[in-house]
Write a protein that binds this ligand. Sequence first.
Ligand SMILES: Nc1ncnc2c1ncn2[C@@H]1O[C@H](COP(=O)(O)OP(=O)(O)OP(=O)(O)O)[C@@H](O)[C@H]1O
Length: 505
Amino acid sequence: MTNIFQAEGLGKTYPGVRANDDVSFTVDAGEIHALLGENGAGKSTLVKMIYGLVRPDDGQMTFMGTPHMPADPRAARAAGVAMVFQHFSLFDALTVAENIALGMENPPPRPELARRILDLSQSYGLPLDPARRIASLSAGERQRVEILRCLLQNPRLLIMDEPTSVLTPQEAEILFATLRQLARAGTAILYISHKLDEIRTHCDRATILRQGKVVGTVDPRAHSARQLAAMMVGAEMRVIDRTGRKPGARILTVNALATHPAGEGVTLKNLALALHSGEILGIGGVAGNGQEELLLALSGEIPSAPGTVLLEGTDLSAAGPETRRRAGLLAAPEDRLGHAAVPEFSLIENTLLTSASRQGLARHGIIDHTAARAFAERVISAFDVRTPGPGTAAGALSGGNLQKFVIGREVLGRPRVLVVNQPTWGVDAGAAAAIRQALLDLAASGAGIIVISQDLDELLELSDRFCALNQGRLSAPRPTEGLTIDEIGLMLGGAHGMEVGHVPA
Ligand SMILES: Nc1ncnc2c1ncn2[C@@H]1O[C@H](COP(=O)(O)OP(=O)(O)OP(=O)(O)O)[C@@H](O)[C@H]1O
């Protein structure tokens, strides 16, 4: 194997944070190289330096034998580096092909581009219609657009920042087949993920970062997930405690819930569910089958017919998000940057967005800054959000730390019912365990929780009952205890993009 990329002594300091400190490592042609580390360890900062988005304060890089210090992403792309981001950078109103054309230096005529997209998507098993509008795509499909956009550039080094966090296990397998295919052809892949099992199965080497420093480069196959996690955090992981929950009275009733979104998107079809106090209901399924719509219909962002959403007997179907929040029905959506939080707003301002009324952070339209700051500080400390302080802009937080903040803000909002979509997306193993524990503790205190997730292990770990959402329809719930992966496969069966045949017998 030949060394294609080398970093020597890279450093980057942000106000109050040494994000990268003396980072040296190499990536070989044809290898899938994982970057591992806790939230905030400096992984994104490192790859942004390679991709020309951030300029290092110190150190050098070499790429394909020549010094590499790209002034911007365009220069990095010209040198042969491509990157798939953790957050999507797509225009909702445009089609797949239009978005891809926007990122190209010299886009070919539209019909030819559409053909190339189709060809690539077929040869890499990533189905995508070039004429679809981005607004109608699920998170998983949006990611495919980003991946295909990169593959069209024929990169020598492909950087992927948590690419599988929005994919189902089956879609992730397909992606890894794609990456293997690329690696065999000599492309180097630098791969950020928090999924340790995935890294152990698919990556050739792993470089571990802790607090901005390289701890070491290891063969991930030679270590257990637990050992890798311990190297990342420098300590052992905690064990989840599921005790103390007693499902009580019915708290949320959803009846004949149907949505009719304008334009594209999934319509919910005649959904019914009952949630009890102290209970966690898990909803599994492939993204794009109505998960986001269900959250919006429960949070009040999509109104529904009278009698369809009842909280403790009160009909909230016509109520907007603020009225529902006051009543105790809180939600944490999947898209943390843009939907759950405003990137340019400080964490204090972001707490005001959803918590002003429940926490008494504003009176008669006047913001109580002291109270807002104190609440933001409570969230930061209770959920171990790594940030210089509550005045930091949400967009400056690492992905996982923002996720902890968003979940923490709602959990500390003392909900009667909390609806969360992908609660541990992009969160490191230790923090994911802490978030899951917080949800279990919240249920133990009497709240009802709906967890929507693509992570089956997470749903099995958390939920008392499980149901599947498939093309806008919800299956009948089943108790999680004793439920086998086969049975779950059947419940999810027929969901688009997921075949029962993939579920191990
Ligand atoms: N633009 C910025 N301004 C200020 N601080 C920043 C900025 N970007 C990153 N940081 C800080 O630098 C540190 C490293 O962040 P980085 O995003 O590189 O971590 P990460 O390992 O990618 O985390 P995650 O797994 O959560 O995505 C964090 O403490 C983060 O808050």
